[in-house]
Design a protein. Structure first.
Lengths: 182, 232
């Protein structure tokens, strides 16, 4: 047992509380496995204020940055995963938006993440002409892009989403039909 | 004025340092990203054995009360994490190293004093570090063609190399983090290290260096040169 003197000692009591908090922090750190300090910061910011708009948008932007870094390093799988996290964080930010401007900004972030991810999926599903394309992946990307098309976004985003959806539909056409005009 | 280090304060401070050591030692900054590793069964068993030896030889003195045990538990976790950092990556080399360590563990038990035990542990850490951070990476780079080279022979060579040691290249910052973890472990150990001297009346016998003329048998049982003296 802890002696009464130790229990009354403010240094010991404070140390034990600090130990418990740091242990919890270490467990959470190992569970979440962040890959950078920025990721750890954005994640803990969301954990501290889960109902706020700012941390969610910050998290979405951080994930978009991480996706770009992964792409630069040639890690497509990590980039796709980061884009998915960014889209998720942007959706959560939109749910917690208090003004129309915030809602619009979060929607744009979400659309950007979805379209960037769809572009990667299109590239990953594309195969040489003598081999079959990865149709389920293309279909998944098309479903996501159609959600962007159906959501009110900025004109430039809407144009990009339309072009992406068209490219995906063309790619889904069987065999050489993908090169023929509709 | 700095507050006096009572046994309870010592225990809490040591636990905090061991927690820092364990956390840093498990975060491996590799070339391909950060991996968060926790010691497995092998590291856990070695950590328990090491804790037993450290307590037995008085390198760690468990402060009285529950807080003393808290420090020991965190110290054991730090031992496991440091072994995870220092032992070679999975493969034949790790099995060989673990087998040699297990066979030579008796020599650690037979160390005459805690000073010698700490010195032999430091040498062991150095040898493991050389193996993991110098020998294995150099051999992996030099032996056989790289993956994707030599018309597929490189891929075959890589699978053979993987049999000996999994590919794990630490970034310089990752190695620095490991050194920091070792430093925190040493600081925690220093807090649990009671100033030497013979066993004071009423204290546990393992907490002090043995008296003059005292030697250990091969299994750590005390044999004294002086007639009529024995201990362990």
């Amino acid at each position: 047992m802890i002696s009464p003197e130790a229990r009354r000692d403010p240094w010991v009591a404070g140390g034990v509380v600090l130990l418990a908090l740091l242990t919890l922090g270490a467990v959470l750190l190992y569970r979440s496995g962040p890959q950078s300090v920025a990721e750890a910061r954005s994640r803990s910011w969301v954990a501290v204020r889960p109902d706020a708009f700012g941390p969610r948008v910050g998290r979405a932007e951080e994930r978009l940055g991480a996706a770009a870094s992964s792409l630069q390093a040639g890690d497509t799988a990590a980039a796709m995963s980061a884009y998915a996290s960014a889209a998720e964080a942007a959706t959560a930010a939109r749910d917690h938006a208090e003004t129309d401007a915030q809602r619009g900004a979060a929607t744009e972030l979400w659309a950007r993440a979805v379209l960037d991810r769809a572009a990667l999926m299109l590239r990953a599903a594309d195969t040489p002409w003598w081999r079959r394309d990865n149709d389920p992946l293309l279909q998944e990307a098309l479903t996501e892009v159609e959600r962007v098309v159906a959501t009110p976004t900025a004109p430039a985003t809407r144009v990009r989403a339309g072009e992406m959806a068209e490219a995906l539909r063309r790619k889904l056409r069987p065999g050489p039909l993908e090169w023929l005009p509709r | 004025m700095a507050p006096a280090l009572t046994p309870a304060r010592r225990a809490v401070a040591a636990a905090l340092l061991f927690l820092g050591s364990a956390t840093l030692a498990g975060a491996h900054l590799l070339d391909g990203g950060v991996r968060y590793r926790t010691g497995g069964v092998v590291e856990g068993i070695f950590a328990l054995l090491l804790t037993y030896v450290l307590l037995l030889r008085g390198v760690w003195t468990r402060p009285a009360g529950a807080l003393g045990w808290v420090a020991v538990v965190y110290g054991t976790a730090a031992n496991a994490q440091l072994l995870e950092f220092l032992l070679p990556p999975p493969g034949i080399i790790e099995w060989l190293v673990v087998a040699v360590l297990a066979l030579t563990a008796w020599s650690a038990l037979a160390a005459g004093s805690r000073v010698r035990l700490v010195a032999s542990l430091a040498s062991l850490a150095l040898l493991l570090a050389v193996l993991r951070f110098s020998v294995i990476p150099v051999l992996r780079d030099r032996i056989g063609p790289a993956p994707g080279e030599a018309f597929g022979l490189g891929n075959a060579a890589e699978s053979v190399r993987g049999l000996f040691a999994e590919r794990e290249r630490f970034r310089p910052a990752g190695e620095l983090l490991g050194v920091l973890a070792l430093g925190l472990w040493a600081a925690g150990t220093r807090l649990l290290w009671t100033p030497g001297g013979p066993v004071p009346a009423g204290a546990r016998g393992v907490d002090a260096d043995p008296p003059q003329g005292y030697t250990y048998g091969p299994f750590g049982n005390g044999v004294s040169d002086a007639p009529g003296q024995a201990g362990g």
